[in-house]
Design a protein. Structure first.
Lengths: 319, 324
């Protein structure tokens, strides 16, 4: 049984991520958001389902496609939006942008512009908590493409041999930048690689927030009990290009959108919520309206915020 | 004061800092059971246990990456690189993560960790176990880089590096490990990072060096003294940030400059110092700047070739004599 509070949290978080991403996509296409922007649309159920099991004392390591993780971990959308616009009021004072978004106050240890760059830092965060004697854990999100980095092997082995409280969450969205999964990865299911580290590995439907939540819950409890890492693979689909502006010459957009329409994690949640009488249509609409207002306020906040002064160039380099 | 080896000095630094702060821990290959290849970790696990003195898998990206993550999570890791050459394996962790995290996240956090890296020529270890790579890191904003030349500095700089809230690369020359010297016994003895040490005052020429080549710098000064040339010798101690003021002050007094390091001369620390002096004090110079460093080749194996690769006191003496 899911509490109403948790159901509302699932829906609010997924809609918040979706609307954040749709909004920044527009601003990015207009050139008002500088730099590279990678969208998480279609993958919302994963960050939402996993992070719903975590507290602010737990850590996450994110990726270049990291806005969803940041929101799900509890960051504020206004300061995120400001960061993406390169404004002084952003989480990183405009020094990071989309690929380097972070909110350390909620345990979000940063997106990463290096694919596969987060694994080992998550292992280290888990190690630190073990040394301190807490039951806090760390989670690293990564894609199917990143699972082919050598860092994947070093991190999983170290976490497994030291039984560290680290959860490896593979968001298998079928695409490594412009290359399809089957062209760059020798296995269909990334989770089977868990065998190599003698740890549990499981594959779930990444567009079903309930399935993700339950699989992550088991992994989180295991980690908190000191039983070591889990490799959790969530199957999903990247809806947009690798980055905003990607012409996607390597695949059929129509086919992608058809698959998405039939398997949108938010629509699936809405249908289940109404059908099983978990939340009413009205309740869902109220949440959507609230999120919309929040996103519009975030946009206003970002647009009205000043850019950092050039004197900020040399600050934050050393303590 | 007591006389101990460079290796013991680094061990004392670790012991004192691990006693002082229980968030300090160390991990690396062959450090706990073996005690490190130079004995620099001997006895550490007996006092602090295998949780805080960890033998790792042969996984350099995991060692450094995990140290960065552990630093973000409130501990003070010391990661041992076995050989400085192996930093190449985990360069992403060093230059894209460790060095940049504080800045790119707008100062939300810091990365208080030390990366220890034994470097330099020793016993024909050849191309992949002999290099001095400190200049790579001079080019990366966000890092601090130190390279002690004697046991006292080895201890004081390592303690300062562990207490520093920034990521510090600690290059310890392999041939220095067995050398002895006097070391202060005060548990709060620190050598400040970022400050050079004027080891010998002089008025005719400035010799800037660090690490193992400080021995050659002192020899050079002695040889020159016999010819009536009074050399000032500066031990850089810190490679980044370079103590520009100490160098400029000295050059303004002596009007001549030689820089010596065991690393390859081209693109080395000497190049940066030369450029800096040329930009800021060229009118102070009475002679061209001379750099002495290793030849522009990978480190060769055969003892005769290794000797030809290695920078020498004779080159330093000749370089300075040519200035007059």
């Amino acid at each position: 049984m899911y509490s109403k509070e948790l159901l509302v949290h699932f829906y609010r978080t997924m809609v918040r991520i979706r609307r954040f991403e749709e909004s920044i996509s527009e601003f990015s296409q207009k050139g008002e958001i500088p730099g590279f922007v990678h969208l998480y649309i279609g993958e919302e159920a994963i960050a939402t389902g996993v992070c719903a099991n975590l507290t602010k004392k737990d850590y996450i390591q994110s990726t270049h496609r990291g806005h969803g993780h940041t929101i799900a971990k509890g960051a504020q959308v206004d300061r995120m939006m400001a960061e993406l616009f390169g404004k002084k009021t952003g989480y990183c004072k405009g020094k990071g942008g989309s690929m380097h978004i972070a909110d350390f106050s909620v345990g979000m240890l940063g997106a990463n512009g290096i694919v596969g760059g987060g694994y080992n830092m998550a292992v280290g965060a888990g190690l630190a908590e073990t040394l301190k004697g807490t039951d806090n854990i760390s989670v690293v999100f990564f894609g199917d493409g990143a699972s082919n980095r050598g860092t994947f092997h070093e991190a999983l082995n170290m976490a497994a041999v030291w039984k560290l409280p680290v959860i490896f969450v593979c968001e298998n969205n079928e695409w490594a930048s412009t290359t399809a999964l089957h062209e760059q990865t020798a296995v269909k299911d990334i989770a089977v690689r868990a065998v190599a580290y003698d740890i549990p590995g499981c594959t779930v439907d990444g567009n079903d927030v309930f399935a993700v939540y339950e699989a992550a819950q088991e992994a989180v409890e295991r980690a908190r009990r000191g039983e070591g890492p889990t490799l959790l693979e969530a199957k999903t689909l990247r809806i947009d290009g690798h980055f905003v502006g990607d012409p996607q010459v390597y695949r059929s957009r129509e086919e992608t959108m058809n698959r998405f329409k039939a398997n949108d994690p938010i629509i699936r949640f809405e249908e289940k919520a109404v059908q099983d009488q978990l939340l009413s249509e009205e309740e869902l609409k109220t949440i959507r309206d609230e999120v919309e207002q929040e996103i519009q306020e975030a946009i206003t906040f970002a647009l009205e915020s000043p850019f950092p002064d050039v004197s900020e160039l040399y600050t934050d380099l050393y303590v | 004061m007591k006389t101990i080896t460079f290796s013991q000095a680094t061990l004392e630094a670790m012991q004192e800092e691990m006693r002082r702060d229980n968030t300090v821990f160390v991990m690396g290959e062959d450090i706990a059971k073996q005690g490190g290849i130079f004995g620099q970790f001997k006895g550490l696990p007996e006092e602090f246990g295998h949780d805080r003195v960890r033998d790792t898998p042969i996984s350099e990206t995991a060692i450094v990456g995990a140290a960065v993550g552990a630093a973000l999570a409130g501990t003070r890791p010391v990661a041992d690189m076995h050989f400085a050459d192996f930093i190449g394996v985990c360069m992403d962790e060093v230059f894209n993560q460790m060095a940049k995290i504080r800045y790119m996240f707008g100062g939300q956090t810091s990365v208080p960790m030390v990366l220890r890296a034994p470097d330099g020529l020793v016993r024909s270890a050849a191309a992949q176990h002999s290099q001095s790579v400190e200049s790579w890191f001079l080019h990366i904003p966000g890092l601090k880089v130190v390279a002690p030349s004697n046991p006292a500095d080895a201890k004081g700089l390592l303690k300062a590096a562990i207490r520093d809230d920034n990521p510090v690369l600690y290059f310890e020359n392999k041939d220095l490990f067995r050398q002895s010297g006097e070391v202060p016994e005060d548990e709060d003895f620190l050598v400040p990072i970022g400050k050079a040490n004027v080891v010998k005052e002089g008025k005719d020429v400035t010799i800037v060096s660090y690490s193992i080549m400080m021995k050659n710098a002192m020899e050079t000064a002695e040889i020159l003294a016999k010819d009536g040339i009074d050399a000032e010798v500066i031990d850089l101690r810190t490679i980044s940030p370079i103590d520009r003021e100490a160098i400029l002050t000295s050059v303004s007094k002596t009007h001549r400059l030689l820089i010596a390091h065991e690393a390859v001369k081209i693109g080395g620390v000497g190049a940066e110092i030369s450029a800096m002096v040329a930009e800021e004090a060229i009118d102070q110079l009475d002679a061209p700047i001379v750099r002495v460093g290793a030849k522009y080749t990978p480190v060769p194996f055969s003892p005769t070739l290794e000797a030809a690769y290695r920078p020498t006191t004779a080159e330093m003496v000749a370089g300075i004599k040519g200035m007059f």
